[in-house]
Design a protein around this ligand. Structure first.
Ligand code: C2E
Ligand code: MG
Ligand code: MG
Ligand code: MG
Length: 254
């Protein structure tokens, strides 16, 4: 209840911000995109994790207005970087299933694109497997997004209930291997989930991204199994917009 009350004030009082985590090409280790991750800095309670407040925002419906803010903010920031002459990269935005199925989702995305003037090809939306439980509705929204030229990925893949039939039918671009499977790579003989997901992605002609890479060994196994893109503390933690800008400038001079 406290989170709900405080969350109402959070947007107005500018306590919310977006951090960005680079996505890298595992072979060159160059930044090829970034994921926007929401941060909440409360004046008394300190920083509150999205793992704690997103579920509350979903329960109360506040996720819809928060999600709108996140989308616009991420698009505007990305456009700003491009206007500064930094490399034109795709920004990925997490979308809650509640926001996705809210009814006005496509309009919300269109507004963010229009207001920010960002070329839609530089926006990707990360959704979770739970959208598959509502195939017809989700399929329509995904088709609409594709028509707009916006990319989509399935986040935390392997942790939810994916039907392979549904996965094959939906117009999505990328699968993100959940961190829990990447963690397993450290253990001998435990890489079959990662291998299976990579093979599945390739067979379905989808891109595949590994999340939560922390060690060189994990990176090596991923590369050996033809996973080309990854994110994780090994490369960079999520950082504030001005810090990401520094990283992007380094890319330019590399
Ligand atoms: P996610 O989208 O799967 O994001 C990945 C999470 O893993 C992020 O946590 C990121 O900081 C963390 N991470 C990345 N690399 C590593 C690593 O190498 N090691 C470890 N230990 N962690 C790593 P974060 O930022 O706390 O976000 C947690 C979740 O909250 C996200 O998972 C996403 O589901 C949700 N979330 C964050 N921002 C938003 C948002 O704007 N909207 C919505 N709907 N959900 C969001
Ligand atoms: Mg994500
Ligand atoms: Mg994830
Ligand atoms: Mg996650």
């Amino acid at each position: 209840m406290q989170i709900e009350t405080e969350l109402k004030k959070a947007i107005q009082n500018e306590q919310l911000s977006l951090f960005y985590q680079p996505k890298v090409d595992l072979h060159t280790e160059r930044i090829i995109g970034m994921e926007a991750l929401l941060r909440w800095e409360h004046p008394d309670l300190g920083s509150i994790s999205p793992v704690e407040f997103i579920p509350v925002a979903e329960e109360t419906g506040q996720i819809v207005s928060i999600g709108e803010w996140v989308l616009l903010q991420a698009c505007q920031q990305n456009k700003k970087w491009q206007e500064q002459g930094l490399p034109s990269l795709c920004v990925s935005v997490n979308v809650s299933v509640l926001q996705f199925q809210h009814g006005q989702f496509l309009e919300t995305v269109q507004i963010a694109i229009k207001e920010s003037q960002l070329d839609p090809k530089f926006l990707e939306l990360e959704i979770t497997e739970s959208i598959m439980q509502n195939f017809k509705e989700s399929n329509e929204i995904l088709k609409g997004l594709r028509q707009l030229g916006i990319k989509t990925s399935v986040d935390d893949f392997g942790t939810g209930y994916s039907s392979l039939t549904v996965l094959q039918k939906l117009p999505i671009d990328t699968i993100k291997i959940d961190k829990s499977f990447v963690d397993e790579l450290e253990k001998e003989g435990h890489n079959f989930m990662v291998k299976t997901i990579i093979d599945l992605s390739h067979n379905l002609e989808l891109n595949v991204v590994a999340e939560g890479i922390e060690t060189d060994r994990q990176m090596k196994i991923l590369k050996d199994n033809s996973c080309m893109i990854g994110q994780g503390y090994l490369f960079s933690k999520p950082v504030a917009a001005d810090e990401l800008e520094v990283l992007l400038r380094e890319e330019v001079s590399r």
